[in-house]
Design a protein around this ligand. Structure first.
Ligand code: PRX
Length: 670
């Protein structure tokens, strides 16, 4: 999805780091220069902040040409759980590791010692159930402590966790288990959503029944106080597992730096969920390093990253980063934009939250609610505010800075992806001036460029594809091994202001065209870069859209729509939306001229909810006799986007059926 208004003007003054922040920042000013002078070896500073059971031989191993496969910290061995829990026990055993706040207002605090005990108990329990190194354990849990504990217990055993968002449908869970060959599931009897109890057990059962194999074990967390039904074979209560292993200790399993720590699924440009694997050494090192540098977290910091653990942000900045540093992480079962308007600020006040990290869509809700809510709380504990997930417009940025940060907290807009594992672009708090509306510069050790369709870098202010030009430690294993999904980025050639923009046929694979020094990763976003290296991300340029900070593939939604009886074809696009960033609009053609499409609308909503989960909502469905197509039969989504956004569109002569345009405009306003 492309913002058509392009980049903000580049002569905007930088907002300097607030004076109150000076002297409180981690020492980062020289990082970029020293990393450039000593790349890739400078990344040793990140690795050396971790505890290794075997030292690594090389910071980065490559092929003879400097290309993939990339192996970060080759030869090194470590355990992620030991790094996030055990190593803090001596000095910080009684410090708080996890503060949990539940949907009904319950709270639970885990010190590092308590976290260590429960993680060991669950690791012992899982091991008794048969979980071995490299087995994939899926969790399908709301944001309760058990999800964090299970992640760490898996890491302790060298098992690979596969966290699936609780709001996903049974179908979505089944696909994510089957494709990972996951034979263990940790789920719950249910959870709360907007005050209502949701039955999770039936969905989990439906998913596991549809697998092509039997599960070895299902562990059920009692969230609603209903019967966990654990008398059935292969089903165990989480609480029983913990109680039975209360005093157990499990030695952390040494893992190679390149061994997988977890899998996570995200949306790719195809209809299929895209599996992303993160490694133990490179991922943990860069995540811990960036948590410290970008969010200014140290061992005494309380950080609240509001993302659900089911997303990469929850993994990196809710769990692994803060815990690797010995900090306190806050986990809420609720999203701050879907509760009583005072509640987020009451929590900040209550827990003395210092670092608050959320998505622009959440801040837009806050701004809509009004400043009176943050204003009537004491938010003086806040020190750094972060944003991630979608372009952060300058107006909302300013509101966040003023009303949440009180004008003295740096606001860092961080750009990254599930595939990158850690933040790659951001301003550094206390070091870099901010340019609201732009993300910031590449962090130390990271190199990015904006390229045209032929892969050549473009000049300042020129729109093109954002690319990462060097490997980085937290890169997904699929990228590092050069087996990067083989996806081809489909984009209408007019998407880029460049005569050489790719046609559908010649678009390169999304990981670097050539080998060796020419390796680069095209991330799927469109962007501009200014003279100072500040990148303005304009949005996705492929068939991936972000709605409410969640990532969807238009292909997977279209796939669900055409399965509905009576639907012939469907095209899904994102329309600019002041609240959610983007709203999904579906253009649908029917098999015959049914006039009563009202019943179809419900069926379409149900199909999307069943395939993807309740979060993926169609904002508008436009029924149309035809979809605009090129002569080669490809649906022109860009034209649909322009129509949906009420924008002028260019030449339609490439269309096989130009008459459809007037028809679409008329129907759009219905
Ligand atoms: O389009 C970019 C957008 O989110 C995409 C990555 O989505 P996901 O893998 O779900 O990870 C989100 C959390 C890391 C990117 O390709 N995106 C992420 N951060 C920003 C952003 N767009 C603009 N500004 C950002 N700061």
């Amino acid at each position: 999805m492309t913002a058509s208004d392009g980049a903000p003007p580049d002569d905007r003054p930088l907002v300097p780091p607030p004076a109150a922040f000076e002297g409180r920042v981690t020492p980062t000013a020289d990082d970029r220069a020293s990393f450039d002078a000593d790349w890739p070896d400078a990344w040793a500073t990140a690795a050396d902040a971790l505890d290794w059971t075997a030292g690594y031989d090389r910071v980065l191993a490559t092929d003879a040409d400097g290309g993939p496969p990339f192996e970060w910290f080759q030869g090194g061995e470590l355990n992620a759980c030991a790094n996030c829990v055990d190593r803090h026990l001596d000095e910080r055993g009684d410090a708080v590791a996890l503060e949990w706040n539940g949907h009904l207002g319950e709270s639970r605090t885990y010190t590092y010692r308590e976290l260590h005990a429960e993680v060991n108990a669950v690791a012992a329990g899982l091991r008794d159930l048969g979980v071995n190194e490299d087995d994939v354990v899926t969790t399908y849990l709301p944001a309760v402590p058990a999800v964090v504990v299970t992640m760490l217990a898996c890491a302790r055993l060298g098992a690979v966790h596969n966290v699936v968002f609780a709001g996903f449908s049974a179908d979505a869970l089944a696909t994510r288990m089957e494709r990972a060959d996951s034979r263990y599931l940790v789920t719950s009897d249910g959870y709360y959503r907007r005050g209502e109890a949701v039955d999770q057990r039936r969905r989990a059962d439906n998913a596991t029944m549809s697998l092509s194999y039997d599960l070895d074990a299902t562990v059920v967390v009692d969230r609603l106080g209903t019967d966990p039904d654990v008398d059935r074979e292969g089903r165990y209560a989480y609480d029983d597992l913990v109680a039975a292993n209360a005093d157990a200790t499990v030695d952390p399993v040494s893992r190679a730096a390149t061994d997988p720590l977890f899998r996570i699924y995200t949306s790719g440009t195809t209809g299929e969920p895209k599996s992303v694997t993160h490694t133990t050494g490179g991922y943990l090192a860069q995540v811990a390093w960036s948590t410290e540098r970008v969010l200014d977290v140290t061992a005494d910091t309380t950080v609240w990253s509001t993302a659900d653990p089911g997303w990469i942000t929850g993994h990196s900045y809710g769990v692994y980063g803060p815990l690797a540093l010995g900090a306190t992480t806050v986990l809420t079962e609720w999203s701050p934009d879907a509760v009583d308007r005072d509640r987020p600020w009451a929590l900040v006040e209550d827990l003395d939250v210092e670092v608050f990290y959320t998505a622009p869509t959440v801040v837009r809700s806050f701004a809509k609610w009004g400043a009176e809510y943050p204003d009537r709380h004491d938010l003086s504990s806040l020190r750094v505010l972060g944003s991630v997930g979608e372009p952060f417009d300058a107006e909302t940025w300013a509101w966040y800075f003023e009303h949440v940060g009180g004008g003295d907290c740096p606001v860092v807009d961080t750009w990254w992806q599930t595939e990158t594992g850690a933040v790659l672009l951001s301003t550094l708090p206390g070091v870099d001036g901010a340019k609201p509306g732009s993300v910031g510069r590449a962090l130390a050790g990271v190199a990015v460029s904006v390229r045209d369709g032929a892969g050549d870098p473009v000049g300042p202010g020129v729109r093109g594809w954002l690319a990462v030009d060097r490997p980085w430690p937290a890169m997904a294993r699929e990228l590092a091994t050069g087996t990067a999904w083989g996806e081809r980025v489909a984009v209408e050639s007019e998407a880029l202001d460049d005569a050489d923009a790719p046609s559908d046929e010649d678009a390169g694979a999304d990981a670097g065209a050539g080998a060796g020094a020419s390796w680069w990763y095209r991330v799927g976003d469109e962007a501009t870069v200014d003279e100072a290296g500040y990148v303005t991300v304009l949005g996705r340029a492929d068939d991936v859209v972000n709605v409410d900070g969640r990532r969807f593939s238009t292909g997977e939604i279209e796939h669900a729509l055409v399965e509905v009886d009576g639907v012939a074809e469907a095209a899904v696009i994102a329309r600019d939306d002041p609240d959610s960033g983007n709203a999904l609009v579906a253009y649908v053609t029917t098999d015959d001229d049914r006039t009563d499409v009202s019943t179809l609308r419900d069926a379409l909503d149900d199909a999307v909810a069943a395939a993807i989960g309740a979060g993926a909502r169609l904002d508008q469905v436009v029924f149309t006799p035809d979809l605009p197509k090129t002569r080669s039969g490809k649906i022109m989504r860009r034209l649909l986007e322009d129509i949906a956004n009420g924008e002028s569109y260019g030449d339609t002569s490439a269309l096989r059926n130009p008459e459809v345009v007037g028809e679409l405009e008329a129907r759009h306003d219905d």
